[in-house]
Design a protein around this ligand. Structure first.
Ligand code: DGJ
Length: 720
């Protein structure tokens, strides 16, 4: 106790007079805990805390200017249920003796810096009547105004305590003119429907209850705007994104005077029995602040993600050819090898073999059978995966492989041998989704089985990339492994075991790049992404839909991580499809042998152009210029870190005039020469082609793109 108190004094580094008045007694046992103020701070963002006369910890609403207003219970920092707090709690505990109330008193605060320069503030609270301690953690990235927040709970009671609510964060905002932007969708419509609404009294809940992935209908990411409707270049905005790939809840509880954003694992059916001495750590919540609108908010988050949110965030991604849309399940050794030469010819660098390569007793020739039997199919691939990978490497292509380690088809040898390994409810008919079931990762044998399968596949020589899929979610959340009294642990223990597996995979195969996929974009969150290089946003690859979808993902995720493949979805012109894919991590999912010579040339041109600019699109700053949800086109530009180069993308979605696009982020004094990349065959040269302008002129006068009709696009490089 004593040492925590003195570390608080040190950490606060307060002026002597104030420090003395804060500490009327030598040690923390003195009651009441003296009032005091402290903050978690980044360059432009402050979370203000205050210890009240009653010893509880309070917070001032983000951006509030009324710091002298008297604190009330509704301002508590991490409110607890059962003793006077009547709103949505952050913490609800049933103690070992059955008491359902908790009180948290401030105990101390410490601050340390990690090797990357981020400051970790740990605020310790304890229940004066029970040996239960709660630590609120804030990891602040000063320059980027990013704060990661999470909570740890530990106790030393006589038996287990039950956690009913255990939020990662319970941040307060003023209840004045705050807008919430969130994203609705479904399979093939992920992130497609942004909704912006005024937060009004009551509780607005965004959540999912599907267990093994966060998203079927909504991503665990949102934006709160404090100055009315959000805008790209102005206004105070706070983005939140939960690092969790399971059921989540983000509740916005407006009591008329303040809005509390409670985010974390979904408390739904998830009571967690915590043994004495065990620590429960919630998932981390990412907060990103900008006083200059959504654009700056995203750029800070992208920059944070390159350092901390993704694997190898400073390494450019290669151009990939996937066979899923080209062949589906219909392939063998020769058909796949037949795709390599044309792939190499047009400039792709990496080949990804998708679903359908495994299963013998129950061959994976469609989605009805074979999942779980991770042996290469002997008819299709008589000598296994290695020769396929070798043939690719011989032609200068890297080779990648699809896996779905968490799943099983009832028609599989694995299910025949271990019917008790799947998640199911006793006495209920098995409910299949895509003809498959989820293996119960809480069971140690399943953990060992999946780890073995992953190792066997990724150890095949010359495999240097993998796509980790997850094509269903939980609808019958019962574990034959967990004891009856611990069934509610399934939701959390599954995700923890999954992360352990992903972590082992990343460590054991440090040079193997990983794509995160879940029947499209079901698992796009920073909880899993830290083990991956990129994600599959959606099975919907219609470029007309991808323009708004990728725009929405880009609020939270950097384009270098957004896989964007050219396919025949929507039957759009090849030039438009390629241009859209070029604005994210470029890939193709086409049978190149069936392409016309003209389309092949457009693809080759796009890949060549992409290689010229990928350093800018992947490592540079993104400026969203024209919102495709609102106007006849979408427009973006990327600016290199030294601002010497930029690329402007214009995607025409409806017929309209080709009015100028105004780029942003250029160096006003610098000169840029304009050059349209891979122009569409037959279209007139853009008026500024080959001419040189200052950044100021370009940002003021704009650039007239070559597109004016629906499904036309123009990609323009600005360089020295
Ligand atoms: C769902 C993915 O989103 C697709 O890209 C593909 O990999 C299929 N699964 C394969 O089953």
């Amino acid at each position: 106790m004593k040492s925590i108190c003195s570390s608080w004094l040190r950490a606060l580094a307060l002026p002597m007079g104030l420090a003395a008045s804060l500490f009327i007694a030598e040690h923390c046992e003195a009651k009441p805990t003296p009032p005091g103020k402290f903050a978690v701070q980044t360059k432009n963002f402050t979370l203000n805390f205050e210890v009240g006369e009653d010893g509880r910890l309070y917070q001032r609403a983000v951006g509030a200017t009324d710091a002298n207003e008297k604190l009330q219970r509704t301002d508590e920092c991490y409110p607890q249920a059962g003793d006077g707090y009547i709103w949505e709690p952050a913490l609800q505990v049933s103690h070992a003796d059955g008491n359902t109330s908790t009180v948290l008193a401030f105990e101390g605060v410490t601050r340390t810096n990690d090797a990357a320069g981020r400051e970790l503030t740990r605020i310790t609270l304890h229940d004066p009547a029970y040996p239960l301690e709660v630590t609120l953690n804030f990891r602040a990235d000063r320059e980027r105004d990013v704060v990661e927040q999470w909570t740890e709970i530990v106790h030393h009671e006589s038996g287990a305590v039950t956690l009913e609510h255990m939020a990662s964060t319970a941040l307060l905002l003023p209840a004045k003119n705050v807008y919430l932007t969130h994203f609705f969708g479904d399979w093939a419509k992920e992130m497609l429907y942004p909704i912006t609404e005024l937060v009004t009294p009551g509780t607005k809940v965004l959540d999912s209850k599907i267990g093994v992935r966060a998203d079927q209908y909504r991503n665990p990411s949102f934006v709160l705007s404090l100055d009315g409707q959000p805008a790209e270049t102005s206004g105070r905005v706070l983005a939140g994104s939960l690092e969790w790939s399971g059921s989540f809840q983000c509740a916005f509880d407006d009591n008329g005077t303040a809005i509390r954003a409670l985010c974390g694992v979904n408390p739904f059916a998830s009571a967690y029995h915590l043994k004495p001495g065990e620590t429960f750590a919630t998932p981390k919540m990412i907060w990103v602040w900008s006083a200059h609108g959504l654009g700056e908010m995203s750029r800070k988050l992208h920059s944070w993600a390159r350092d901390f949110g993704l694997r190898d965030g400073h390494k450019t991604r290669e151009v990939l050819l996937n066979n899923w849309e080209a062949t589906g399940f219909d392939f063998d050794f020769n058909r796949i090898v037949g795709l390599y030469d044309p792939a190499k010819e047009i400039g792709t660098e990496l080949f990804l073999l998708d679903d359908g390569w495994f299963g013998n007793k129950y061959p994976r020739v469609d989605d009805h059978a074979g999942l779980g039997d991770w042996q290469p199919n002997r008819q299709r691939l008589p000598d296994g995966l290695a020769p396929l990978a070798t043939e690719a490497v011989k032609r200068g292509l890297r080779f990648g492989i699809w896996i779905e380690p968490e799943m099983v088809n009832p028609k599989s040898e694995l299910f025949e041998q271990h019917p008790d390994w799947v998640i199911r409810q006793p006495k209920r008919e098995l409910e299949l989704q895509r003809n498959q079931l989820v293996l119960d990762l809480t069971r140690p044998q399943v953990q060992a089985f999946e780890w073995r399968a992953i190792q066997d596949v990724l150890s095949v020589p010359n495999i240097s990339y993998a796509k980790w899929d997850c094509n269903r979610y939980l609808t019958q959340p019962g574990s034959p492994y967990l004891a009856s009294g611990r069934q509610s642990h399934l939701w959390i223990d599954y995700v923890d075991a999954l992360y352990a597996l992903m972590d082992k995979t990343a460590k054991r195969f440090p040079d193997t790049e990983l794509m995160l996929c879940s029947g499209g974009g079901g698992r796009v969150d920073y909880g899993a992404l830290k083990y991956f290089h990129e994600f599959w946003p959606s099975d919907n690859t219609d470029p007309v839909q991808r323009v708004p979808m990728q725009w929405d993902y880009s609020y939270f995720f950097p384009p270098l991580a957004i896989a964007s493949h050219v396919t025949h979805w929507g039957n759009r012109p090849m030039h438009f499809a390629c241009s859209v894919a070029m604005s994210a991590r470029f890939g193709m999912d086409l049978d190149l042998n069936k392409l016309s010579a003209e389309d092949k040339a457009i693809c080759a041109g796009a890949i060549g152009a992409y290689k010229q600019i990928r350093e800018i699109t992947q490592m540079g700053d993104l400026y969203r210029l024209e919102n495709p949800h609102e106007t006849f086109r979408g427009a973006l530009d990327f600016v290199s870190p030294d601002r010497s180069r930029a690329v402007v993308f214009a995607f025409q979605l409806k017929d309209g005039q080709n009015v100028a696009v105004q780029p942003q982020g250029l160096d006003p004094a610098r000169k840029y020469t304009v050059h349209e990349l891979n122009p569409a065959p037959g279209r007139a040269t853009i008026p500024q082609e080959g001419k040189t302008f200052t950044g100021e002129e370009l940002m003021h006068d704009g650039l007239v793109p070559s597109c004016s009709h629906a499904v036309e696009a123009s990609v323009i490089e600005l360089g020295p």
